[in-house]
Design a protein around this ligand. Structure first.
Ligand code: AGP
Length: 614
């Protein structure tokens, strides 16, 4: 996804903009640019394709550009190929451009607006929807001879789509303007500077005081002061929030990649979650509105998410239906948002999202609310759009997750779901006090058990070299093991670029087994004892067709070792929590496979950390 930054203060802006953009690199991009200005001079713009280093080299680390106000952008192309012409910032044109801007999002009616502007004498130099947006602001600003906020508001009324936009107006040299709809935008201040960015991590090293701009709201940033406006142009106030993440938690701490660091952070993240949500008298994970009577009356749960967050939901479905009498549906957010469905009023809609900004998940949440369903968000970013719009929120306390491939946030989502389900089951009488405290005890064993898996990384480095040349991999399992395979397969494909599929083991014979040939890698996850033999026989069927077998298991004496080529033995734990353990070897296997293929582990091609457009 694109990243936007802005600064106005009493220091040279360009080096600060480059520093902030670097913190947004993990979002994925193909070009970058900055625009700065001094009060007396016109805006100076520099843009390059490729990595941020090219822009930094071109501007001598920003020192070549003078000005104490500026905006910057990393572009993840949606309209128009990656090129300098299409890179942001974009301008309204003319001798001295009235308006200069950067944008994250998609303007859905840009073609219609482009025609309107062309009919009014505007010319276009790029293929982007952003240039249309900037010129539309300029159109209103000039036509109605109104101030920047009014021009922005008129634009927001006219535009359809998602945007987080930062603008500079030629007539207002020391101010930065911002507006948003659906795309994330956070504003930070210090005593004499103001910042804006697509997410907190970009400016966390500069300030801990943040304002989260709401949909269809605008802001005027001055040096150390911010004013907020609604669509009518009235001044409004927005509550200031502070973020307690350690500034250096978005650093690598000696690990080669953020992904490896975040894999190794998982034991501490789980400890932090358990410390926060388990008190002397038991689990305390919901706010007091999600009270006992709500859970006693609950008739259905719908879990909605994307990617790994959806995989956590699939694991939660197996667990919830194993310990409670509540039926659970798990839906992909991109499907849920467009399907018609019935939901009883005693339904709980759970949306899971690390970023809290995934467009499909946010749209699904809004749909659930329009259906009058009670909504709960499990998110990692406090103050994110999903966190702000859900009725209830559980924070996953994983800290900033920089690597595009999620690991610690996925694990934290699982813990939040375990705690929620155990508390629900206890309230509904599905669990007695003994089982309740026993399950809490088993959760507390997870961090040390994960640490024991992490201590044997050499095994995964060796395995990765064996498999890194493969073109196809299959991950198979049943029940909770299938849910684990979903996540293991996504990890592998998204960072190693090896084609990989997760399959319910029993489903292989219905077509997919025709793909198994000599050397195909099949990873079997076998932790459910009551169906272990079934999965093992599916693996043997693959082996008899030439497959190489890797098995992840905690089971003893099931004849697994004699069948598979490589067995990864993990500690045992209550099968309901097994996803938290079995996923770790699959994370490590993917990481080292990507490494052995010489790929950019933290920033895989084509991917973004948060998909804020649909
Ligand atoms: C997982 O490694 C990917 N980064 C991706 O599938 C991600 O889980 C998905 O885009 C959902 O993101 P969210 O949790 O921020 O909503």
């Amino acid at each position: 996804m694109c990243g936007i930054v802005g600064f106005t203060g009493r220091e040279q802006a360009a080096p600060i903009l480059l520093e902030c953009l670097k913190k947004l690199e993990y979002r994925g991009y193909d070009s970058a640019g900055i625009a700065v200005r001094d009060s007396s001079l016109p805006v100076v713009i520099e843009k390059t394709t490729g990595k941020l280093k090219a822009l930094s080299d071109r501007t001598h680390g920003g020192k070549a550009l003078k000005g104490m106000s500026g905006i910057g952008h990393t572009r993840w192309a949606t309209h128009g190929a990656p090129s300098v012409q299409n890179a942001h910032p974009h301008v309204s044109g003319g001798v001295r451009s009235t308006v200069t801007g950067v944008h994250n999002g998609i303007i859905e009616n840009y073609a219609e607006l482009k025609q309107k502007l062309t009919d009014n004498g505007y010319e276009f130099y790029s293929e982007t929807d952003t240039e249309v947006l900037i010129k539309l602001v300029d159109y209103y600003y000039r036509k109605y001879r109104i101030g920047p906020i009014d021009a922005i508001n008129r634009t927001m009324v006219r535009v359809k789509g998602s945007y987080a936009v930062a603008l500079m107006f030629d007539d207002y040299p020391e101010e930065i303007y911002a507006a948003r709809n659906d795309s994330p935008l956070v504003i930070g201040t210090t005593q004499d500077s103001s910042f804006l960015a697509s997410d907190v991590s970009a400016i966390l090293s500069r300030t801990r005081s943040f304002y989260y701009l709401g949909n269809l709201q605008a802001a005027r940033l001055k040096k150390g002061k911010v004013e907020f406006f609604n669509l009518n142009g009235d001044r409004i106030s927005i509550r200031k929030k502070t973020v307690d993440w350690e500034t250096d938690s978005a650093e690598k701490h000696g690990y080669e990649h953020f992904m490896l660091k975040e894999i190794h952070e998982q034991p501490d993240v789980i400890r932090r979650m358990l410390d926060r949500y388990i008190e002397d008298e038991g689990i305390c994970i919901c706010d007091d509105q999600l009270d006992e009577s709500f859970f006693q009356d609950l008739k259905q749960i719908i879990i909605v998410a994307c990617g790994s967050a959806w995989h956590a939901g699939v694991a939660a479905q197996y667990m919830t239906e194993a310990v409670t009498d509540v039926p659970v549906r798990v839906e992909l957010a991109s499907e849920f948002r467009y399907r018609s469905m019935y939901a009883c009023k005693e339904c709980l809609f759970i949306v899971i999202s690390q970023s809290g900004e995934t467009a499909d998940s946010l749209a699904a949440l809004r749909k659930a609310k329009s259906l009058g369903i009670r909504t709960l968000a499990i998110v990692n970013v406090n103050g994110s759009s999903i966190a702000n719009e859900a009725d209830h929120v559980i924070l996953t306390l994983a800290g900033p997750e920089i690597s595009v491939a999620t690991t610690k946030a996925y694990s934290a989502q699982l813990i939040a779901l375990y705690l929620l389900v155990i508390q629900m089951a206890f309230i509904r009488g599905n669990l007695d006090a003994v089982m309740y405290s026993q399950m809490i005890g088993e959760l507390k064993e997870l961090p040390d058990k994960i640490s024991s898996i992490l201590s044997d990384k050499e095994k995964y480095q060796r395995l990765a070299t064996v498999f890194s040349s493969r073109q196809d991999m299959f991950f198979i399992g049943r029940n909770m093991d299938y849910a684990i395979c979903l996540e293991g397969s996504l990890k592998m494909k998204e960072i190693s670029y090896i084609h990989s599929e997760a399959y319910a083991a029993g489903e292989l014979k219905h077509g997919t087994i025709s793909l198994i040939e000599d050397g195909t890698v099949v990873v079997g996850v076998i932790t459910c004892p009551h169906i272990a033999d079934k999965t093992l026989s599916n693996m043997i069927e693959c082996k008899s067709r030439g497959a190489r077998l890797i098995t992840v298991t905690d089971l003893e004496d099931k004849g697994i070792e004699s069948v598979c080529d490589y067995m990864i033995k993990i500690p045992s734990v209550n099968g309901l929590f097994m996803a938290s353990l079995a996923v770790v070897p699959l994370q490590l296997l993917s990481y080292y496979t990507s490494l052995s293929r010489g790929l950019d582990v933290d920033k895989p091609r084509n991917l973004a950390k948060s998909v804020t457009v649909e």
